[in-house]
Design a protein around this ligand. Structure first.
Ligand code: LLP
Length: 474
């Protein structure tokens, strides 16, 4: 029902969402949302043995805090659970040189999707025979660099690209292994913008209309290309394996047709990434061992039904490895109590970051959680909304959370689950400086991506080159 004063005046507008329970102790951590080493002592959040109050004193705020032990444990868990697969860490979730080196240490392969990500992999000394390149419109520079470096596979996404990669490989005197990205016609249960296997979106060749088979034929006909197999990624932040099951069935059926009709054996198949993580208590992700069991069962069952041998499989998890390994710590600047019609109320807590360091709430309506990270409070819980400092009402960090009623300026608030698609999608909106990523381990901090400075920002602004010389230090 619409109120005469507008939608925001509708009854219940300020109520907590139904899934959010008022905690008996707003100081307590909901442990499944936090990196493995996170705990609180006297209300101070500690990650990797580092008190976030000390970390902020040294490195400032906002800061992304990356738990090295947690990241490595998750990478290893995928590697172990999917021991018969190749596991490609999807660098788009978050990538920097240090993380690429951890990925290599933990025995995983790396999926990159741009010149920038490929260059980070190169800089990290990543073995190119374990790197894959994605993208639905790769530039010639990206293609040539990948072919020159000798990446293990390029995933092809259009007819133009089949020609471009074939020509580049020929020109460079190489034979390039490739996969063909297909769309299986599956509507994954996730936000529309991150679902990628239904027909009406840009990725992949349709299986249904025959373009996928046609693409495979063209690859097979190109002497400078070697067909590794088919690739399917159905979307991101997915919890049910039902979508993977339908996709696997359709992709395997095409795999069988390729062998029957084209007489070509493609040895591999990639089932993509997309495994969901817990941002709030609403989310119940499966662990890698469960996922591996289910996915292997699906592929074996479908292969048996088709009377074919299952191809060697690979997957590309990003979020499920780095997402829970990071949290963001912010400092509270202002607190405002909003009441509506004299009854419902919500506390608006403004922090020193926002949609420039986490666009996901604004872009996907994503829910997050948070906790007071710098002290213990005996005040009762109040319904709060954590907002950023940008010039938009939609600049929301955490839509709804119970925080202690005495939350105030100078407090630190930490948000879990910010490892994936937060720093990697961060922007300089309002000329914000993108925060650093500080890795923590055994009580030590290590800045793996430093905070941007005003000089970094002005470096690309060529209007007046006096700026950086006039003492405009960060
Ligand atoms: N493989 C391919 C081909 C992909 O396109 C993606 C993600 C992945 C693997 C890794 O998916 P993950 O395991 O991380 O879900 N910015 C959005 C997510 C976009 C995902 C893009 N592709 C978000 O913040 O939710």
């Amino acid at each position: 029902m619409t109120h005469e004063a507008g939608w925001a005046h509708a009854p219940g507008a300020l109520r907590a969402p139904s899934w959010l329970r008022e905690p008996s102790d707003p100081n307590a951590l909901v442990s499944q949302l936090w990196p493995q080493t996170a705990h609180k002592r006297d209300g101070v959040l500690t990650v990797g043995g580092v008190r976030l109050t000390d970390l902020v004193a040294e490195h400032g705020s906002p800061t992304y805090v990356l738990d090295e032990q947690d990241f490595r444990a998750r990478a290893r868990a995928f590697g172990t659970a999917f021991a018969d697969y190749d596991v490609f860490y999807a660098g788009k979730a978050f990538l920097c040189t240090t993380v690429a080196q951890w990925v290599a240490d933990e025995g995983l392969c790396l999926d990159v999707c741009s010149l920038g990500e490929l260059t980070v992999a190169e800089r990290a000394g990543f073995d190119m025979a374990r790197v894959g390149l994605h993208g639905n419109n790769k530039s010639l520079a990206e293609i040539e660099k990948a072919v020159t470096l000798g990446v293990r596979r390029i995933v092809l996404d259009s007819f133009e690209e089949i020609e471009r990669v074939a020509e580049a490989a020929e020109r460079l005197g190489r034979t390039q292994s490739v996969m063909v990205r297909v769309k299986a016609g599956v509507e994954a249960h996730t936000h529309e913008y991150i679902a990628t296997a239904h027909e009406d979106q840009k990725f992949g060749f349709s299986i249904a209309d025959g373009q996928a088979l046609d693409a495979v034929r063209r690859v097979v006909e190109a002497p400078s290309l070697t067909l590794l197999g088919l690739h399917s990624h159905i979307g991101s932040q997915i919890f049910q394996t039902a979508g993977f099951e339908v996709a696997a069935r359709r992709v395997l059926a095409l795999h069988a047709r390729v062998s029957e009709e084209l007489g070509v054996e493609s040895p591999e198949m990639d089932l993509g990434g997309g495994f969901g993580i817990a941002y709030t208590t609403q989310d119940h992700p499966a662990d890698p061992a469960q996922l591996a069991t289910e996915m292997t069962k699906i592929v074996e069952h479908e292969s048996a039904a088709l009377g074919i041998e299952a191809p060697r499989l690979s997957i590309e998890p990003g979020r499920a490895i780095v997402g829970p390994a990071m949290c963001t710590v912010y400092e509270v600047g202002t607190v405002k109590h909003v009441t509506l019609d004299g009854s419902a109320s919500r506390t608006y807590v403004s922090v020193d970051g926002g949609m420039s360091d986490n666009i996901r709430p604004a872009l996907y309506d994503a829910d997050y959680s948070c906790t007071l990270a710098s002290r213990r409070s005996d005040a009762p819980p109040v319904l709060a909304r954590v907002v950023g400092k940008h010039c938009e009402a939609g600049d929301i960090v955490v839509k709804a959370e119970f925080l202690p009623a005495d939350v105030r300026a100078g407090d630190l608030v930490a948000v879990p689950g910010t490892g994936a698609y937060c720093r990697s999608m961060a922007s300089n909106y309002n000329h914000a400086l993108r925060p650093p990523v500080v890795a923590v381990r055994d009580g030590e901090t290590r800045v793996v991506v430093r905070r941007e400075t005003i000089d970094d920002l002005l470096a690309t602004d060529l209007g007046n080159d006096l700026g950086t010389d006039k003492g405009m230090a960060p």
